[in-house]
Design a protein around this ligand. Sequence first.
Ligand SMILES: C[S@@+](CC[C@H](N)C(=O)[O-])C[C@H]1O[C@@H](n2cnc3c(N)ncnc32)[C@H](O)[C@@H]1O
Length: 273
Amino acid sequence: MARTGKRGRVYLVGAGPGDPDLLTVKAARLLASAEVVVYDRLISPEILALVPAGVPRLFVGKASHHHHVPQETINATLVRLAEAGHEVVRLKGGDPFVFGRGGEEALHLARYGVAFELVPGVTAAFACAAYAGIPVTHRGAARSVRLVTGHCRGDQPLDLDWAGLADPDTTLVVYMGLENLAELRARLVDAGLDPATPAALIESGTTPRQRCAQTTLEALAASAAEHAMRSPTLVVIGRVAALADALAWFEPIGAATGDVIASELASGGSAGA
Ligand SMILES: C[S@@+](CC[C@H](N)C(=O)[O-])C[C@H]1O[C@@H](n2cnc3c(N)ncnc32)[C@H](O)[C@@H]1O
């Protein structure tokens, strides 16, 4: 792209989990006036469709095992575009500072003296849970909520505070946990959490492709396999997950074809679709 002569700026913008109606007003305004958009794999097609025609879009997405574009290259691209004088929207799924490496990108921009702004987005934990009918805190069921990553580098074991996480009064929301469900179950049960604790798997939450499988901690991996859950999927563990049945309100387009899943709770509870 050509140099413009003016000083550029990078907006690190949270796009939320997929539903364009969950974009903040500021995110929508910046998207409408962006000169270039740099975006990730998790940006939904519905949100990308809001980028005006003719505005260049650079895909820098990463899949867990296929690091298409190294983080250093993304950082360098942002600096290069801003130094060329562009108003850059760096669009990230959910919130840029929640498991989004937004901090690393902001630090890099700061180091290179590039002006930047942070635009928070609705993080997947809160939005996907809400769209699945799961209040992450609920009187008598959950006094706190914890957001953790279920992803670890290479073959390393998950390094989390298992004793602290195995709290029946807490809702545990696991990002990027799909590949480590068996370990997640084993570690939490070892640390004392009841295997019958309700759980839910939410795939492509808030989008027309949303699917939600209600299950238990014990049956998490089996449920994911049974329903062929794929990334992006969020894992919710805690008593509140059992409320999804009563509070389901969102009807994704796929629901009509039976894509909303409600497994029989292994604890004996009935979970209708
Ligand atoms: C790299 S993290 C990015 C999180 C993002 N920054 C946020 O605040 O939501 C990606 C993980 O977030 C979760 N996730 C993001 N969007 C999701 C969605 N629409 N439905 C289900 N899970 C989602 C999945 O666990 C996915 O593997």
